[in-house]
Design a binder for this molecule. Structure first.
Ligand SMILES: C[S@@+](CC[C@H](N)C(=O)[O-])C[C@H]1O[C@@H](n2cnc3c(N)ncnc32)[C@H](O)[C@@H]1O
Length: 276
């Protein structure tokens, strides 16, 4: 459970600083890209918008799978460095059906009904204004167009990240606590459904999606979770000695997640589809 329920949630992540480091997460969350693309039900000739496309996913996977069907994909993201990296990847692979632009999800610079599909993986819960973002995503969808999005479940259901966060909050003086992360903001039962309804979607479906993160050893779990992502900034405020002490404490707690010689953490995402 949250140890910071009275503190407003906030994004402590500077995505422009994250462009390279973020990619270490991609193999872990690839099953969500595959599931979202299946859910999006892509057909030949579709125009697709990927909102908060980060360093290029799930657009890159989509382009690889469907480029022969004459589809067009535009990815947008608020962070210029993420957009640059995404465009470099698309160019390197010669995926000409795909391009990325810097843009705010809450202010999409596209005409109404431009797209057949709108997709987004792990973006909506991070928006400053998720309701406005979903309004915009619906506005740019054509009549009977489909949106397919993934958000994270509640923070404590993202076991590996939450273990470190929770341990950190217990050792940190309350006055120094950082803002509560937005990552689980739409994970509470009914929260996403309410927003989808308020955005005007009539026909929508939200389902849990489980994925396991496996690490060969504690060091790889620690590095992946602390060198990029929402734990990085809070941990960077600790002295090296305090950080080492925290690491030791987490290592002791993490032993209960060992299975068959690996560290295995379960995570819950939510996959939603909605028709305009
Ligand atoms: C967790 S990353 C996900 C990136 C990518 N979709 C993926 O799954 O690999 C979240 C992304 O959302 C972007 N983002 C957050 N708020 C945004 C907003 N209001 N408008 C556009 N992009 C935003 C960040 O810049 C970041 O690249």
């Amino acid at each position: 459970m949250s140890t910071q329920e009275n503190i407003p949630e906030e994004s402590t992540i500077n995505w422009n600083d994250m462009a390279e480091a973020f990619d270490r997460w991609l193999p872990y969350i690839q099953p969500v890209a595959e599931a979202l693309i299946d859910l999006a039900d892509i057909s030949a000739g579709h125009r697709i918008l990927d909102v908060a496309s980060g360093t290029g996913e799930p657009s890159l996977t989509l382009a690889r799978r469907h480029h022969h069907q004459n589809i067009q994909i535009i990815g947008i993201d608020g962070a210029e460095a993420m957009v640059q990296r995404a465009n470099q990847k698309a160019e390197a692979e010669g995926l000409s059906c795909l391009s990325f632009q810097q843009m705010s999800a809450e202010n999409l610079r596209f005409e109404n009904a431009k797209f057949d599909r709108v997709i987004s993986r792990f973006g909506v819960m991070l928006f400053d204004d998720p309701a406005k973002g979903l309004d915009e995503m619906r506005r740019v969808l054509r009549h009977e167009g489909k949106m397919a999005i993934a958000v994270w479940g509640e923070f404590h259901l993202i076991e590996g990240l939450f273990l470190i966060w929770d341990t950190l909050m217990k050792v940190m003086p309350k006055a120094d606590h950082p803002s509560f992360p937005r990552i689980g903001k739409l994970g509470a039962p009914g929260a996403l459904e309410t927003l989808l309804e308020e955005a005007g979607f009539e026909d929508f479906d939200v389902n849990p999606f489980s994925l396991s993160y496996r690490y060969d050893n504690f060091e790889s779990y620690w590095k992946t979770n602390t060198e990029a992502g929402l734990l990085k900034e809070p941990l960077d405020t600790l002295s090296p000695a305090k950080k080492e002490a925290l690491k030791k404490e987490v290592e002791a707690l993490a032993s209960s997640y060992q299975k068959d010689g690996q560290f295995v953490f379960e995570n819950e995402a939510l996959l939603a589809s909605a028709i305009k």
